[in-house]
Design a binder for this molecule. Structure first.
Ligand SMILES: *Cc1c(COP(=O)(O)O)cnc(C)c1O
Length: 566
């Protein structure tokens, strides 16, 4: 890194590589793709996260589809290097020492985006404190809050200890990092020789901070009791600054982040609108998510793009010209990607899929609102559809958070349907969905399935990965698909747009399932089975219209213009 970083990007989870299990799902993938594109575009950015020595978890599924979780410690020394700096944070009056390990995200020539992974496993810390940076989203709310102290407060102190003194913007990727703003306030007060921060300090910190909110689902917004916060931080000045801490007996980190940043955004156009309704006192902009194109394009399509659109890795807008790629070559590349998936499925499950059959894919965190089981709403109907097209295959994958029983029940239910839908429909549920599996799955299926309950899918990114590989989506109109959907050109819409439902009334599962079956039967199957030329035409539109736009090169350029260098 030649230039000292000017943007500090804080995220509780970051997906750096498959073998570094420091992510749970979309938020971490997005953070990783953000850093990868920043490196490619030479944006002077530094990432800050926790080391998560024991990872998120490794998912095992038994024959009944019941999830078991195992720790997944990773080979730290192999991927990151220890930095000599040490800082300390105060937790319940204890001084907890923090060190950092550095991972380099490579850019062109010698440019890198450094990522600092904070770690409390030091001999001077108590046994309990040493485990503070072990588990992503593990433990209770006390553990979580202590982790957020390490990330936000420890992160700022570490930047300072490393001499990163040219930072002009602090980007809070979700509210988990909001305590960084508290540390910036305290720093200003201390520099002026004051014990307390003032309104002017608040204004100045706001000018330095930007905040991205990632979900309208309440569990995504951390709240802690003031008793817990006061005890851990050893201070009680929150009630003096209600306009900042917004306490109704709790500290809500989303409000803290909103109050201490000057630019706030949701992660797709509709999510910006939904967030604006949730937080009417603030102005919420939208920057639609993307994916890092070189990471999520399968090797067969990489070679295809290298041949026909040579500049695409640096300039993703080049994908706009995908219409020029001969359809036959595109189809061959797709068959290669599909065969790779089929080989991987055979290797890990022993199941054999038929490369000639229409294959749908569904891979997400198993959270209830994503409704992974919508397709099984009417089993006889699903079987009839499978029969009609001479066989249908569906590959599922996704982890449920260890404490999310409804999410785990969905996995069990889907695995339970495996026998019920045979022989017309073949289902496989792959365990331990991770980055490598995500790459295989999103590229290797024929159609990507996405069935969230609107408006809860803030963006969703796996359909974007699919689009880069010419895979159309069959999706509920929610999140990014509201923008990416062109009926019959980039895929198909399921159900009604959320805004069109009177009074924003809740979605209708019955209706969505009926719409899903109808689209499958009348649109998807006839096109795939009987009109291969039109199907490959659709593949080229997915890349040209959606691959060229829903990527993190475009997204990071928007953050640069709207949030970083303004
Ligand atoms: C892309 C990806 C996700 C996120 O998918 P969404 O569509 O954003 O929910 C989660 N897990 C893995 C392994 C992924 O590759």
């Amino acid at each position: 890194m030649k230039a000292s970083p000017e943007i500090a990007y804080f995220s509780m989870e970051v997906a750096l590589a498959t073998d570094i299990p420091t992510y749970s799902g979309g938020l971490g993938m997005l953070a990783g793709d953000h850093l990868r594109s920043a490196a490619d575009l030479e944006v002077p950015l530094v990432g800050i996260t926790l080391l998560h020595r024991q990872g998120y978890f490794r998912q095992r599924l038994d024959a009944q589809g019941r999830q078991r979780e195992e720790a997944c410690p990773w080979n730290i020394g192999r991927y990151v290097r220890e930095l000599p700096a040490r800082v300390a944070v105060q937790i319940e009056g204890r001084s907890v020492a923090v060190r950092a390990w550095q991972y380099d995200v490579p850019g062109p020539a010698s440019f890198v985006v450094p990522v600092l992974l904070l770690d409390t496993d030091l001999p001077e810390n108590s046994e309990w404190d040493r485990h503070l940076t072990d588990h992503l989203y593990g433990g209770d709310s006390y553990y979580r809050f202590c982790q957020e102290v390490v990330l936000g407060i420890g992160g700022i102190r570490m930047l300072r200890a490393l001499g990163f003194n040219r930072v002009r913007r602090y980007h809070m990727n979700e509210g988990h990092a909001a305590l960084l703003a508290l540390e910036l306030l305290d720093t200003r007060a201390a520099a002026a020789g004051r014990a307390r921060f003032t309104r002017e300090d608040v204004e100045q910190v706001r000018a330095e901070c930007v905040f991205t909110t990632h979900t309208p689902v309440p569990a995504g917004h951390d709240k802690f009791s003031l008793e817990l916060v006061g005890r851990v931080l050893g201070r009680h000045d929150f009630t003096e600054h209600r306009e900042v801490f917004c306490c109704e007996g709790v500290l809500n980190l989303t409000y803290l982040a909103l109050n201490l940043s000057h630019y706030h955004n949701g992660v797709a156009r509709q999510h910006g609108e939904v967030s604006q309704l949730m937080f009417p006192r603030y102005t919420i902009d939208a920057i639609t998510n993307g994916v890092h194109a070189p990471t999520w394009t399968s090797e067969p399509f990489q070679r295809l793009f290298d041949r026909h659109l040579p500049d695409w890795r640096r300039d993703c807008f080049a994908l706009r010209n995908a219409l020029r790629i001969p359809r036959g070559e595109m189809w061959i590349a797709h068959q290669r990607a599909k065969n790779r998936l089929i080989a991987a499925v055979r290797e890990v499950t022993g199941a054999s899929l038929d490369p000639g059959l229409l294959t749908l894919g569904f891979g997400r965190r198993a959270a209830a609102y994503k409704r992974a089981d919508l397709l099984f709403h009417d089993i006889p109907r699903l079987k009839a559809i499978g029969k009609h097209c001479g066989g249908l295959q569906i590959v599922y994958a996704g982890k449920a958070h260890p404490a999310d029983q409804p999410g785990k029940d969905i996995i069990t239910r889907i695995v339970g349907f495996e026998a019920a839908v045979l022989p017309e429909v073949k289902i496989v549920y792959l365990e331990n969905y991770d980055m490598a599996l995500g790459q295989l799955l999103t590229a290797g299926v024929d159609v990507w399935l996405n069935t969230p309950a609107p408006p809860q899918e803030a963006s969703g990114t796996s359909g974007m990965k699919a689009a880069l590989n010419g895979v159309p989506s069959l999706s509920v109109l929610d999140g990014w698909w509201v923008e990416g959907h062109v009926e019959g050109a980039t895929g198909w819409a399921v159900g009604q747009p959320w805004a069109a439902v009177p009074n924003g009334a809740v979605h209708d599962t019955e209706h969505d399932a009926a719409s899903l079956y109808e689209k499958l039967e009348r649109q998807v199957i006839p096109l795939f089975c009987r009109k291969p030329d039109q199907f490959t035409e659709m593949m080229s539109h997915c890349i040209a219209l959606n691959g060229s736009f829903f990527n993190t090169h475009r997204m990071v350029e928007q953050y640069v213009r709207k949030a970083y260098f303004t």
